[in-house]
Design a protein around this ligand. Structure first.
Ligand code: C2E
Ligand code: MG
Ligand code: MG
Ligand code: MG
Length: 285
């Protein structure tokens, strides 16, 4: 009896946070307009090169600055965009915005490679590779300056087309990264088929690194596995100095997390870099 009640409570709760259906319907309609009305905004979270202690990369993370509801996090509207066939429009906006930002920072003397997140809908699209390459050409951005972060689950939706699109991009020199590594459903056999350059270890293994021997084992073996496969490693979810140092000692290439900085807008990131010892133009190391 009690267990059943809890289950129902849980269900109601998850429906609430998922927004009830009316709310959802409204969000869907509004999301279409949001892209045109410039209500989406990209925040950026720095990635520290752990060998040289400089920020060399950032991840672009979209937010919806809703006129009435305030800032809506991506976990709330990305799944809706995905279900409602709006992910291609959204990703187009994200990539164009990120490539424009590359030049804005460059004009301030800050050179940063930018990673954007790609969803399953994008990898079902037959012209996704073409779109990304033409955006890079249009913005005149060096190909090394863009990384695509792809979850294993996004590939699983249509592996054949996903691998075709990713191969095309890889051939042109784009950096491809497996996001949330360790949480997906794909086997190592499937992973081997993906033309990726980088593994991004999910934050659930990194957040408690200093207090969990299991997480230490998982992370150090994942770093070793990646290196043996010729892949670089990014750790996300670094929340304390101990974890940062531990990851550097274990030869993890890049680190990202609230300990360094939360995702912030482009202006705030430039200000932070100017003050931080990790800034690209700082003399300190
Ligand atoms: P993700 O790509 O795995 O991004 C990392 C998420 O972890 C971000 O949440 C970031 O704020 C959070 N994070 C980073 N460091 C820490 C940390 O030290 N501690 C904790 N607790 N969290 C940390 P955010 O910005 O809310 O994004 C959530 C997810 O939404 C992303 O996960 C990504 O899957 C998706 N997303 C965001 N922007 C886009 C986008 O432009 N396109 C697509 N397709 N998905 C996006
Ligand atoms: Mg990501
Ligand atoms: Mg991630
Ligand atoms: Mg994630």
């Amino acid at each position: 009896q009690h267990a059943k009640r809890n289950r129902i409570d849980l269900q109601t709760y998850s429906q609430q946070i998922d927004a009830n259906s009316l709310d959802r319907l409204q969000l869907v309609n509004e999301l279409k307009a949001a892209i045109e009305n410039n209500e989406l905004v990209l925040f950026y979270q720095p990635k520290l090169n752990l060998a040289i202690n400089k920020v060399t990369h950032v991840e672009a993370l979209v937010r919806w600055q809703h006129p009435v509801r305030g800032m809506i996090p991506p976990d709330t509207f990305i799944p809706i965009a995905e279900q409602m066939g709006q992910m291609n429009a959204l990703t187009h906006w994200v990539i164009h915005q990120a490539l424009s930002q590359y030049h804005l920072w460059l004009a301030e003397g800050i050179e940063l490679a930018i990673a954007v997140n790609i969803s399953a809908e994008n990898l079902k699209n037959q012209s996704f590779g073409e779109f990304v390459l033409s955006a890079i050409e249009q913005h005149q951005v060096p190909i090394e300056a863009l990384t695509l972060e792809i979850t294993e689950d996004a590939v699983v939706a249509d592996p054949e087309n996903a691998i075709k699109q990713l191969n095309q991009l890889k051939q042109h020199g784009l950096t491809l990264s497996i996001d949330d590594y360790g949480t997906g459903y794909s086997s190592l056999a499937q992973l081997k088929q993906l033309p990726v350059d980088e593994l991004k270890i999910d934050k659930s293994f990194v957040q408690n690194l200093m207090t969990s021997d299991d997480d230490k084992t998982i992370v150090s073996s994942t770093i070793q596995l990646a290196h043996n496969l010729g892949l670089k490693v990014v750790a996300e979810g670094i929340e304390d100095e101990g974890s940062l140092k531990w990851l550097a000692k274990h030869n993890c290439e890049l680190g990202q997390g609230f300990y360094l900085s939360k995702p912030v807008d482009a202006k705030m990131l430039a200000n932070w870099l100017a003050r931080s010892p990790y800034g690209p133009n700082s003399a300190e190391t």
